[in-house]
Design a protein around this ligand. Structure first.
Ligand code: OVV
Length: 402
């Protein structure tokens, strides 16, 4: 991880591999090195530019005409390589195509729809906490961060009961596939066929229960907003991005609150802080660590000249702890004004499911804080390795009832 010289335009070349196991195990020292090296760096290992400071990550996210998504938001350039699956109609699209599909998913996941599901999501959170209080000692990842979203999101989508065990493995493939052709990516794709077959089948109109998010997407065909060919692919976006992300978001929040008992106490003293505690966990842990863009033209970014057709890796997690933007960036502070973090992205592609994520986070943290006095970590947390997602495989805890 040493700077190994500078190219003509003054962009330092680093030999950091942001997808190797040591980086993924503890990204923070490398994030600092990347941020401090220069506003724009070049990573020789994968022949990509990188931005790790808040200002440049924000700038790239907010110039989608120059830094496009339609050539893929992983390392692979769709103009040069065949994507591992048909591209997403929203994530891997640019305006004007993106504008129409984005409007559809925005409507399906709108504030009005959140009002309709809120009571159900909150009741399920209470039920989950009931079960955990009976157990006292449990795994906060499997029994909480996974069990809760699995108890609500597949039903909210309208999925049939059979086959749901494919959902998290499928998402894990999707997020590994954004990375370089390392072992994580290759093995994930090699084993993906059954998960892909499941997802393709569940995206069909006849397999989605009336009233769910999936049926609502298909209903947009009648409105003329999308075609019958597009609808299943938009359902696929929810299956890809709607579950593992919130698992890791809720996992992050519980991991933070278990490590920082003063923040847990503040939350218990004022339950209205639940939404802020979740938002700050998304900033602090950044469940989605990175995304790429591809340049559509030669561009100068903070003094660095980048040619056309170059991949630019955005270190969202490093931007979320950039001391140029944040006071005490490495502190988890539930009363911080965390809005403006790029954990959900920024600009036209900013997470279209953010209201669902925040709702799940808020009602779960509220239910936990209302009924639990203490959360103690009782065993070694085990990391889950993924090219894009940051989170744990296991977090053994013991809780004390309030
Ligand atoms: C934000 C995101 C992540 C992964 C997949 C998708 C979106 C998709 O649209 O398929």
């Amino acid at each position: 991880m040493t700077a190994s010289g500078c190219a003509g335009s003054g962009v330092p070349h680093l030999d950091v591999d942001p997808f190797d196991m040591s980086f993924l195990a503890d990204p923070y020292p490398a994030h600092e090195l990347l941020r401090e090296a220069a506003p724009v760096v070049y990573l020789d290992k994968w022949s990509v530019y990188g931005v790790a400071r808040y200002a440049e990550v924000h700038a790239v996210l907010n110039d989608p005409a120059t830094f496009c998504s339609s050539r893929g938001v992983g390392l692979s350039d769709f103009k040069k390589e065949t994507p591992w699956r048909p591209p997403s109609l929203i994530l891997e699209a640019d305006p004007p195509a993106h504008t129409r599909t984005r409007a559809v998913l925005s409507k399906v996941l709108s504030p009005t729809v959140m009002k309709q599901v809120r009571d159900r999501f909150a009741a399920a959170a209470e039920e989950r906490v009931d079960a955990l209080l009976d157990q006292r000692s449990f795994d906060a990842i499997t029994d909480l961060a996974e069990a809760y979203p699995l108890s609500i999101f597949p039903d909210a989508l309208g999925l049939m009961p059979e086959g749901r065990e494919h959902l998290i493995p499928y998402a894990s493939v999707v997020f590994n596939a954004f990375g370089p052709p390392n072992r994580l990516r290759q093995e994930a794709i090699e084993r993906s066929a059954p998960h892909q077959a499941y997802v393709a089948e569940q995206c069909q109109r006849e397999n989605l229960a009336p009233g769910g998010f999936g049926a609502c997407i298909h209903a947009q065909v009648e409105e003329g907003a999308i075609t019958a060919v597009e609808a299943p692919l938009l359902v696929r976006s929810l299956l890809s991005a709607g579950l593992d992300t919130t698992v890791n978001g809720i996992g992050a929040a519980v991991y933070c609150l278990a490590r920082f008992p003063d923040q847990w106490q503040r939350l218990r003293d004022d339950l209205t802080l639940a939404r802020g505690a979740f938002e700050e966990a998304v900033r602090f842990e950044s469940p989605v660590q990175t995304f790429f863009r591809t340049t559509t033209r030669e561009v100068e970014l903070s003094g660095a000249k980048i040619g056309e057709g170059e991949k630019v890796l955005m270190f969202l997690a490093a931007a979320n702890r950039d001391p140029r933007r944040w006071d005490k960036p490495d502190s988890y502070d539930i009363t911080r004004r965390a809005s403006g973090h790029v954990g959900f992205g920024s600009g036209i592609h900013m997470c279209v499911g953010q209201l669902v994520a925040r709702l799940e986070g808020e009602v779960m943290l509220t239910a936990l804080a209302r009924r639990i006095a203490r959360i103690e970590i009782t065993g070694e947390p085990k990391r889950r390795f993924n090219n894009t997602l940051r989170g744990l495989d296991s977090l053994p805890v013991t809780i004390t009832p309030a």
